[in-house]
Design a protein around this ligand. Structure first.
Ligand SMILES: *Cc1c(COP(=O)(O)O)cnc(C)c1O
Length: 450
């Protein structure tokens, strides 16, 4: 295979080296960030294509620019495949990201000042569900429901109570850090009872939904949005799904363009078509099943080692570890755990747990997910080893020697599992230099990661 960075190395060595270092990091670290994945070689080829050169404002057959015949081909493929994958009558594949897809729903369904009701942001809700710094929190009247203190499951009675009180125009289901099944049918019944619209944001669980491993919102929700890059394993982007009647009544296409976007990223739309095509293959369902099996195996491994998981376990691809009430672990913050695990070659993110007394940038938990490691071919045996490494590091949190030792073992272990899409970089990263990460800047305070 040709050197993937040969021209770039000549022209812009600083950028080329950053890419090579990221390839090394992806190769040598165990990726447990629940919202991340590795796309296929085919998705990379489509996304890295000359489709990026073309403007294609409008929709297939109705463009504002000439020369769009091949744009129409790939966008139509992406739309038809998305509809088939989710059993939906309507799909819009143009949103640049999950947040853009969500913005289009707000624009289509609401007027500024209307009330929305979503999951509390510190209990798993996403920042586009009403964070004060996000447009959703700035332009709308935000209300929230939560999880039960004991079970840590969505408290649907509380949701109904708040919904009756607030009479929201829109109820949001969906989360970035909820390890259990969401009952869309029950949420629709609540929405109907108070005359609200139901919106399902399935950014995290879309792959599981498409594979039939999580109940689908399509028969229940008025609007469904998702990212395409998490469990769905496509390029970074967004997707909107609905019935044909809702798409027409709320003019969802118009809400995306010209509502919140100009020209679509057609190279990304092409890559979405490829990813949806992959997702329609029979092997893909088996891949999603392995994600869930791996999550269960990892959860069991962690619980057996005394770690407490929020809600006791997981139904999907992710789990939250409560570091404030885990056996054999002196109380540590999510921030400290994230750092120690990173030193040990395991990438996770700190995450608030329900009723977390600590600030969002510190937290008492970490979030762990299996989509990326499953794409890499890890199975039950590997989950057991990861659980052991995590427990060992967390139990002796200040032991830098131990972290270095685990990192070396992890690196060797990872070498047996080539990263999908990385074949093109093999020679570029063969010198084996580990990236030396610059100190991370503190980001602005967010309630929870994506
Ligand atoms: C990740 C995520 C999004 C946003 O996706 P971006 O592509 O990062 O904009 C929206 N909603 C939920 C629930 C998410 O988890």
């Amino acid at each position: 295979m040709a050197q993937a960075l040969s021209v770039l190395r000549q022209q812009d060595p600083a950028v080329a080296e950053a890419i090579a270092n990221e390839a090394r990091r992806q190769r040598d670290w165990i990726e447990l960030i629940a919202s991340e994945n590795y796309v296929s070689e085919a998705v990379l080829e489509a996304q890295g294509s000359i489709f990026t050169n073309k403007y294609a404002e409008g929709y297939p057959g109705r463009r504002y620019y000439g020369g769009c015949q091949y744009m129409d081909v790939v966008e139509t493929l992406a739309i038809e495949r998305a509809k088939q994958l989710f059993g939906a009558e309507f799909a819009n594949v143009q949103p640049h990201s999950g947040a853009q897809a969500n913005m289009a729903i707000y624009l289509a369904a609401l007027k500024p000042g209307d009330s929305i009701l979503g999951l509390k942001l510190d209990q798993g809700g996403h920042l586009t569900h009403g964070h004060p710094l996000n447009f959703s929190g700035i332009y709308f009247d935000v209300h929230a429901y939560g999880v039960d203190r004991e079970t840590e499951l969505v408290d649907y009675d509380d949701l109904l109570r708040v919904a009756k009180q607030v009479r929201p125009k829109l109820i949001t289901s969906g989360a970035s850090a909820y390890p259990r099944t969401i009952d869309f049918a029950r949420m629709r019944a609540i929405a109907d009872e108070v005359g609200a619209l139901l919106w399902a944001d399935i950014a995290h669980i879309a792959g599981l939904v498409a594979a039939g491993l999580h109940p689908s919102p399509i028969p229940h929700a008025h609007f469904t949005t998702t990212t395409t890059h998490k469990t769905l394993r496509g390029p970074r982007g967004g997707l909107i799904l609905s019935s044909a009647a809702i798409a027409e009544e709320y003019n969802l296409n118009r809400a995306v363009f010209p509502g919140v976007q100009g020209g679509p990223l057609m190279h990304v739309v092409a890559a979405k078509a490829v990813a949806f095509g992959e997702a329609l293959q029979p092997e893909w369902r088996a891949y999603q099943s392995r994600i869930v099996d791996n999550a269960k195996a990892l959860a069991q491994g962690l619980v057996q080692r005394g770690l407490r998981l929020v809600s006791g376990g997981t139904d999907n691809h992710l789990m939250l570890i409560d570091l404030s009430r885990s056996e054999g672990i002196e109380e540590i913050s999510g921030k400290k755990a994230e750092k120690a695990l990173d030193e040990a070659g395991i990438t996770v993110n700190k995450n608030a747990i329900p009723f977390d007394p600590r600030k969002p940038m510190v937290t008492s938990g970490i979030r762990v997910g299996t989509p990326a490691v499953t794409s890499r071919g890890f199975g039950g045996v590997e989950m057991e080893r990861i659980a052991e490494w995590m427990a060992v590091v967390l139990r002796d949190i200040d032991n830098a020697d131990l972290q270095a030792q685990v990192a070396a073992t992890v690196r060797e272990f990872c070498a047996a599992f080539p990263v999908p899409g990385h074949a093109r970089y093999r020679d570029e990263v063969a010198d084996d230099t580990l990236p030396t990460a610059p100190p991370a800047a503190e980001p602005i305070a967010m309630p929870s990661p994506t």
